[in-house]
Write a protein that binds this ligand. Structure first.
Ligand code: M6R
Length: 612
């Protein structure tokens, strides 16, 4: 939700900011802007639309300066427009600021400022905060840093802000609460960004700023303080990421690259953890906390979106293999109801970005109540990873396409290993089933590879149905969450209305939608209840619905019932979601691009939802 980037040092700042904004564009692309400080003068440029539109508008402008901040926006307060774009400038024109997050009590502050005669040029909460800071500075005759500290003690909400002022030509002041901030440490220069992608090509040494911390950043000095003005020693970590991971690498879109990366990302997730021949799973986050996990009376899984779907698959698997009751909650619901959390309950938090605001706040709440938090996270060093008591990274690499693909299969792989490990320790699984599942899991990367080799088939099917106005996705058991995921992917990337349902539940309502125009996607791989889903297909066929099925290679019956089918290799029903989701990801991609949609940046969405 909004990307921010800053630079102070000997280089020209604008090219660094522009490149950084392009890397962070996945976080929001309603508008973008940049503020440069040169010879004591602020130059601020902003533009509605994508970063490329800003770049075009900047041609011929004065972009000289060794200090700059830039922002790419996902609108919260105020429509996407030039005037609501960041950076904002304070009423006296001397301070420029960018902000990622929401100031919840902005309305009250704004009322006070209006009474004092302040006027506003935008509809944003950011401009309110900025003028609040200016007002505090004026009234207290203090430094901008002091004014910011006072202001932040009075605001509620989430923020990562960067501000610069005319009288301070080398300094960026930054603060965070609830929205991420990384500072890259170069030689006589510093880089600031919402994630490490704008920083990686300049330095691998970074500091992750924590909530309620302020950073005073000059070319050769980084001072971290808390809101009480006490200095904190920066903790420097080394980035484990390479540039190729954040580039398209010859693919037309990040989404396609990320779909095709799955054989290797799943392999990387299993590598060093799964030893099928030896019958071992080694995961330090699990091994070191196994007592907590096997003695859990209950596991609650908290997540949003695609990660929530991974949680639903995990619910089925953990209950089946470990015999521990599992509840799966939308983080946004969990945080506002009054859930019963008992000491000793285990909460599994699933998140690609590790920054999703709803999930993060839900975890804070659960932690206060004594729950043990296990994070299944992709982004290393992210807030959810850090708040968790223990966890396992998915090792899927940076996911840049807004639609989550490789992170989802990474989550499934981790959750399956976790369930197997708990089950083995609890002795709730037979040795035979355990080794058979380990073997199945080990073979998944090559089976995904085999599916991807047939991507042309799914492209042809997608082409046939791209003009449908609605889709229904149906699956049973472990494939029911995959039906939900297929529908979510299609909605996000193609703007076609789609719903996912448990196949049999379809009779209780959605069947009314079925006619000769409705494509119904069945995820119908073989499991002990396979003939049930075949009956559901018959029911759709009898009503002239168009059946597209994801079936196993040897499933002639389902094929015959289908108007179109896509065959996938056979695997265990527990590992099947790792395969069945792949054609659905491809289908949403191909439908999306055939409709001319920018699938990496579909409308209204942002990759990392750091506001409620
Ligand atoms: O980063 P997270 O996994 O916490 O994000 C959760 C959702 O926002 C995310 O999965 C979203 O639904 C994706 N756009 C789905 O493709």
């Amino acid at each position: 939700m909004c990307g921010i980037v800053g630079y102070t040092g000997p280089r020209q700042a604008y090219p660094i900011i522009l490149k950084g904004l392009k890397r962070l564009e996945y976080r929001g692309y309603d508008s973008s802007g940049v503020a440069l400080l040169h010879e004591g003068k602020l130059n601020v440029y902003k533009k509605k639309g994508k970063v490329s539109e800003l770049e075009e508008a900047m041609i011929g402008k004065d972009v000289v300066g060794h200090l700059a901040i830039g922002h790419t926006r996902w609108a919260t307060h105020g429509e996407p427009s030039d005037r609501n774009a960041h950076p904002h400038t304070s009423a006296n024109g001397k301070i420029a600021m960018i902000h990622n997050g929401i100031i919840e009590n902005y309305a009250l502050i704004k009322q006070d400022l209006l009474k004092k005669g302040y006027t506003f040029t935008s509809d944003t909460d950011t401009e309110v905060l900025l003028n609040f800071i200016e007002d505090i500075q004026k009234n207290n005759d203090c430094t901008i840093e002091e004014a910011l500290r006072i202001a932040l003690k009075r605001v509620t909400g989430a923020y990562c802000i960067l501000l610069i002022e005319e009288s301070n030509p080398e300094t960026i002041i930054a603060a965070r609460k609830g929205s991420p901030l990384v500072i890259g440490i170069g030689k006589g220069e510093h880089f600031l960004a919402s994630d490490a992608s704008p920083i990686i090509e300049y330095t691998k040494e970074v500091v992750y700023v924590n909530d309620y911390e302020l950073a005073i950043v000059k070319p050769d000095e980084l001072i971290l303080k808390n809101l009480g003005n006490e200095k904190i020693t920066p903790y420097i970590t080394k980035l484990d990421m390479d540039l190729a991971a954040i580039e398209k690498g010859g693919y037309e879109h990040f989404m396609l690259k990320e779909i095709f990366e799955q054989p290797s990302t799943i392999f990387d997730c299993l590598r060093g953890r799964l030893y099928a021949k030896e019958g071992l799973i080694k995961m330090s986050g699990i091994d070191e906390n196994i007592e907590h996990l096997i003695n859990a009376n209950r596991i609650m899984i908290v997540a949003c979106g695609t990660s929530w779907h991974a949680g639903l698959v995990a619910e089925y698997i953990i209950e089946e293999l470990c015999r521990i009751p599992v509840e799966v909650e939308y983080a946004s619901e969990f945080r506002y109801r009054n859930p019963i959390i008992n000491k000793g309950d285990v909460i599994i938090a699933i998140s690609q970005s590790g920054e999703t605001a709803d999930t993060l706040v839900a975890l804070e709440k659960a932690k206060e109540n004594g729950a043990f938090i296990f994070g299944v996270v992709n982004a290393v060093g992210s807030s959810i990873a850090r708040i968790s008591n223990a966890g396992a990274y998915t090792h899927s690499g940076p996911e840049i396409g807004v639609a989550s693909t490789k992170a989802f299969t990474g989550q499934l792989a981790v959750l399956i290993m976790m369930a197997l490990s708990i089950a083995k320790h609890k002795k709730s699984i037979s040795d035979e089933r355990y080794s058979s599942l380990l073997n199945e899991l080990e073979q998944i990367p090559e089976k995904v590879e085999a599916i991807l080799k047939n991507s042309e088939n799914i492209k042809e099917i997608s082409e046939k149905y791209k003009n449908a106005s609605d889709f229904l996705f149906l699956g049973r058991g472990y494939n029911f969450p995959i039906a939900l995921e297929g529908a979510l992917k299609l909605k996000e990337i193609s703007y076609i209305h789609a719903e996912g349902y448990p196949a049999a539940e379809m009779k209780h309502g959605p069947i009314a939608l079925v006619d000769e125009n409705l494509p119904v996607v069945f995820i119908a791989t073989k499991d002990p209840y396979h003939e049930k889903i075949v009956s559901n297909m018959q029911e759709i066929k009898a009503r002239k619905g168009k059946i597209i099925s994801i079936v196993n290679e040897d499933d002639m019956i389902s094929r015959e019932l289908s108007n179109d089918f896509f065959s996938i290799p056979i695997t265990d029903e527990i590992t099947a979601p790792l395969l069945t989701v792949i054609p659905l990801q491809l289908m949403s991609y191909y439908v999306g691009i055939s409709k001319g949609i920018d699938v990496d940046k579909p409308r209204n969405l942002a990759k990392s939802v750091t506001v409620e």
